[in-house]
Design a protein. Structure first.
Ligand code: GTP
Ligand code: MG
Length: 419
């Protein structure tokens, strides 16, 4: 029953782990920015001749203002990136379209995708593309127009075209996922430059394999190169075109077992990106991207998922695709939080630590100055005390002397009078 299949959007997406973490770290950085700017204002307002703060310390705190601003900019652009690879015509572009629930990328028989295409969210609800050779925005209204723009460009196969797409139909884009399509790895000699330019910041890799054949050496070699550059990349393997198995049901289980065995061997023993065989089995799926795309296009139009003849096993393959999406979302969101925000957290801590050190030194110097001042005040008071006592003594002595002098004078006067 097609109605029993609920779209993944109905369930809370694991992508929210990343979305919430991004919001939280943005809020914290807002506070850090406020703290650093308040510190700067306070330190700059100190009297220049006070000896409380050195020039170097002022420079340290001032430099943090720019640093924090830069980090906030990077943070606002941080996203989760997934890159799709595989031999030509295995269905990479169709898989991406299925995940986006819309036919955005050109796909078809023969060699279709001829450069890297990165699909990301458009902030203004318009669809447009920007290619590396010109910074000009080109409006894109349809897939055929996009295909035409890509063909007419003189871009090499390592070049990148960014497609900005509205998020209303694509929850993945809304939640900051960026999807990168690539040309077939069997048609290019530039694999090293591909890895340098497009793979180093990817959070997840999806190998789109063809379940009608088997994992090929070109596919394996490409991933050996990737894992030599990145420690333990997250790799998912989609055995696509699994609808073909419906025409040979007697071999279905056997073929599935064979693909699973070889793929798990590849992930665990050869590539060493999974620790155990059961962990690797959770990364391998048997799907039909073409069917999923068709079903989702129907769903969007309000039609039943499957309007034509239902190929045997369709629902199982559809569920398996949804299962892939869920595990993929969980993996990409946790991995992106770790790789992207871990660095920002460390930098944020260092900035706040530096500013705090300067403030603490300032506090110590201020206390020392205050102690020195109260010491000298006490000395002055003691001195005054002493002077007062001296004065008292002097006054008493003078009084005695004057009395004596008066007495003497009186005596002399009375004697003179008598004489
Ligand atoms: P390049 O861009 O040339 O490297 O190919 P690609 O890997 O992007 O393949 P693409 O998505 O263009 O698909 C190639 C052809 O295979 C298209 O005609 C698709 O409709 C078809 N196709 C994709 N997925 C499936 C599938 O699961 N089953 C079947 N039967 N056909 C599929
Ligand atoms: Mg393609």
């Amino acid at each position: 029953n097609s109605l029993s299949i609920s779209p993944t959007t109905a369930i809370q997406s694991p992508l929210q782990i990343f979305v919430r973490a991004k919001k939280r770290i943005n809020d914290i950085y807002g506070e850090v920015e406020q703290y650093v700017s308040d510190s700067c204002k306070f330190l700059s307002a100190l009297p220049k001749d006070s000896d409380l703060i050195t020039n170097e310390e002022l420079v340290v705190v001032n430099s943090h203002v720019e640093k924090v601003k830069g980090i906030r900019e990077v943070l606002s652009r941080d996203h989760m990136k997934v890159a799709f690879f595989g031999r030509t015509s295995n269905g990479k572009s169709t898989v991406i379209n299925s995940m986006l629930r819309e036919r955005i990328l050109p796909s078809g028989i023969g060699h279709t995708t001829n450069c890297f295409i990165q699909v990301e969210k458009s902030e203004n609800d318009e669809s447009y593309l920007i290619s590396e050779d010109s910074m000009e925005r080109k409006n894109v209204k349809s897939v055929s127009q996009l295909a035409h723009s890509l063909c007419t460009g003189s871009l090499g196969d390592s070049a990148l075209v960014r497609v900005y797409w509205p998020t209303d139909k694509c929850p993945l884009l809304r939640d900051d996922v960026v999807l990168v399509d690539s040309p077939g790895i069997d048609v290019s000699p530039n694999l090293d430059s591909w890895i340098d330019r497009h793979c180093l910041d990817a959070d997840v890799f999806v190998l789109v394999a063809n379940s009608e054949s088997t994992l090929m050496l070109t596919e394996k070699n490409f991933f050996f190169k990737v894992s030599a550059r990145l420690s333990k990349p997250n790799v998912f393997v989609l055995n696509n075109r699994w609808d073909a198995s419906a025409s040979e049901p007697e071999y279905l289980e056997e073929v599935r077992r064979q693909h699973m065995l070889r793929t798990v061997d590849f992930l665990v023993d050869e590539l060493k990106v999974c620790g155990t065989r059961s962990e690797a089995e959770q990364r391998v799926f048997f799907v039909s991207a073409k069917e999923v795309l068709q079903a989702r296009t129907n769903e969007f139009k309000g039609l039943p998922l499957n309007t034509g003849i239902v190929t045997d096993g369709f629902h199982g393959r559809y569920f398996e695709f949804q299962d892939f999406e869920r595990k993929f979302e969980e993996c990409i969101s946790k991995s992106a939080v770790r790789t992207k925000f871990d660095q920002h957290t460390k930098r944020g801590k260092a900035v706040v630590g530096d500013a705090r050190n300067v403030m603490e030194v300032l506090l110590e110097r201020t206390s020392a100055k205050r102690a020195a001042k109260s010491q000298s005040r006490r000395e002055v008071l003691d001195h005054l005390d002493f002077t007062e006592k001296q004065l008292q003594l002097v006054t008493v002595e003078m009084k005695d002397k004057i009395c004596k002098m008066v007495e003497e004078v009186e005596h002399k006067v009375s004697k003179a009078l008598n004489d």
